[in-house]
Design a protein around this ligand. Structure first.
Ligand code: ZN
Length: 153
């Protein structure tokens, strides 16, 4: 268990497309364990491997129901719309209003190479889409817009 450095702002690793994981080995398990430690230490709800400088398609999320690990995830479907403020451990001190689908179905592998499907709504949907974007070198700042008039958090 170890904390990894979180890359921020204009670090090149945040803007590159990550490669799929091909081996579900001890090295992957160490990465996942370190990423969870790093996420909790920074009080985040999600962390993607490119944020710690590893260009692999891996992220972890904990929106309050315990950690879930996603490897080689694929968004299967989305529905609805939600708007809310979002932040990112790679852009500390910043927040912005972002609209995203309210519901997401995602398929991924667990750390042992088994596939699973998960449906996320509201905060979980937001986190899934935010972290999945990191795997394609996309950061949430590109989506930030003015909140609708009278929007309350
Ligand atoms: Zn982020």
């Amino acid at each position: 268990m170890a904390l990894r450095k979180i890359f921020t702002d204009d670090a090149p690793c945040l803007y590159k497309t990550a490669k799929p994981v091909t081996e579900f080995n001890e090295r992957l398990h160490t990465l996942l364990d370190d990423m969870k430690d790093t996420m909790y230490n920074a009080e985040g709800v999600g962390l993607a491997a490119p944020q710690v400088g590893v260009l692999r398609r891996v992220f972890v999320i904990d929106v309050g129901n315990g950690p879930v690990e996603f490897i080689n995830p694929k968004i299967i479907s989305t529905g609805g719309v939600q708007g809310g403020y979002e932040g990112c451990l790679s852009f500390p001190e910043r927040r912005g209003y972002v609209e995203r689908p309210n519901c997401v179905v995602i398929r991924a592998f667990d750390r042992y190479g088994n596939t699973f499907e998960l449906k996320g709504e509201e905060l979980m949907a937001r986190a899934l889409l935010h972290e999945n974007d990191h795997l394609d070198g996309k950061v949430y700042l590109r989506l930030v817009k003015e909140p609708p008039e009278g929007f309350k958090e």
